[in-house]
Design a protein around this ligand. Structure first.
Ligand SMILES: [Zn+2]
Length: 417
């Protein structure tokens, strides 16, 4: 039985492996939650936003499979652990949430799910202080089936709506006006599903949570589509849970190998595109993938910002700026020249954990040549897990590693995260 397998792993190869389970009166497994040592280490560092990717049922046991997915320091999906449940109801989700707390030990800042009401109710009880958001990706991919594939592809409606759905700097009022205008123009006022999505807008439209920590990651956290495809093929063959676990593990190994490759590339220095010292500072700090995102903010901060005005009182500078293409919006930045505290009204740092172009512009004109360290989030740094996880992994013997690697190689790559 898979529970025995997990005990063996815990005793012989990974003492940080944790699992929880329940059985019914006939001793059949009804719920299972697991996370290995490496998954728990990843959670410690990258567990600020977690997606509960409810996918589908395994064929033989009819259990719901829920990988727990976040974003790592390369801005790629990372799986922390997984859950199998007999049903998608409140009791099962309550158990899953309580197991999550036991296994990981600390709450995330933000949980992203699909639209399941039972899950929503369980999260509200078990994680009352954690922000719960719906996955935009899941909702956006439903548009064609709800409104018609041809209509979505050709009418221009999606372009018009997309401009207010995905906008970075937009107020709730502006979003609502944009949505109403698009729905009016394309005569969709009577569409029940669109109305439902509009009613729950505060749960999935970024304009409503621009100042909430790390919710910027939610746009990319859910990528179960490809896993659905591979996993669906696999379970049609009716395999046991132990075999299921081996396949799960092979997908995890593949994901971790990809992360290792990206970590290797961090040793190569990317090209700079400005002459600013702060760009070289960013190279020293961030993984390559993150550096390119920060580099774009630094570049825009050098070239795309117009200074409107600056005042200074008690060492605090208040700076008003505009972006050339967005002349209606004014950004306000506050910079303390003593503490290097800096805050921009666009709140990008809060949402994603690195500074915006407006902040880089202001640091530049005020002569600050390195990124203030309070704005360098550990989760984006090179070798973040090795440096910031406190969890010790159990030793894996050479023999165990060889057996595991041989098993993994024999499995088809049945799904990717
Ligand atoms: Zn900003």
């Amino acid at each position: 039985m898979i529970v025995q397998k997990f005990r063996d792993i815990q005793e012989s190869s990974d003492s940080s492996f944790r699992f929880e389970y329940r059985t019914d009166s006939g001793n059949h497994l009804t719920q299972l939650f697991w996370a290995d040592g490496e998954g728990r280490k990843n959670y410690e560092v990258f567990g600020d936003a977690v997606s509960f990717d409810v996918t589908y049922r395994t064929n033989k046991y009819g259990m719901v499979f829920i990988p727990l997915v976040g974003i790592d320091n390369h801005w790629k999906s990372v799986t922390f652990g997984a859950i199998l449940l007999e049903r998608e109801d409140n009791e099962n989700y309550r158990w899953a949430c309580e197991s999550f707390k036991k296994v990981f030990g600390k709450d995330p800042k933000c949980i992203i799910t699909d639209q399941d009401l039972a899950m929503k109710a369980a999260l509200q009880i078990c994680f009352p202080l954690v922000k719960h958001r719906l996955c935009m990706w899941h909702i956006m991919k439903k548009f064609p089936s709800k409104l018609g594939t041809v209509f979505c592809a050709e009418s221009g409606f999606m372009d018009k709506l997309g401009r207010v759905i995905w906008a970075d700097h937009i107020t709730p009022d502006e979003f609502e006006q944009g949505w109403i205008d698009a729905v009016d123009e394309f005569d969709l006022n009577e569409n029940v599903w669109l109305k439902e999505m509009f009613d729950m807008r505060s749960l999935w439209i970024p304009a409503y949570f621009n100042d909430e920590p790390m919710v910027g990651l939610m746009r990319t956290t859910s990528r179960s589509e490809s896993s659905n495809f591979y996993f669906g093929n696999y379970v049609q063959r009716g395999d046991t849970l132990s075999e299921f676990y081996i396949c799960y593990q092979s997908a995890i190994e593949k994901q971790r190998n990809n992360a290792k490759k990206l970590t290797h590339y961090d040793d190569f220095t990317p090209k700079t595109i400005t002459d600013r010292e702060i760009e070289k500072d960013a190279i020293r700090l961030y993984t390559r993938d993150l550096f390119y995102k920060v580099q774009e903010e630094i570049r825009a901060g050098c070239m795309d910002i117009i200074l409107l005005g600056m005042t200074c009182l008690d060492n605090v500078k208040k700076i008003k700026i505009q972006e050339p293409g967005k002349r209606t919006r004014i950004f306000e930045v506050e910079l303390n020249m003593e503490t290097h505290f800096i805050e921009c009204s666009c709140k990008l740092f809060t949402r994603v954990g690195y500074l915006c172009s407006h902040a880089f512009f202001c640091l530049g004109i005020c002569g600050i040549r390195i990124i203030p360290r309070q704005y360098v989030s550990n989760r984006w740094l090179k070798n973040a897990v090795e440096r910031f996880s406190t969890l010790e992994l159990g030793e894996i013997s050479d023999r165990d590693a060889t057996i595991l690697s041989r098993r993994v190689q024999t499995q088809d790559c049945w799904f990717e995260f």
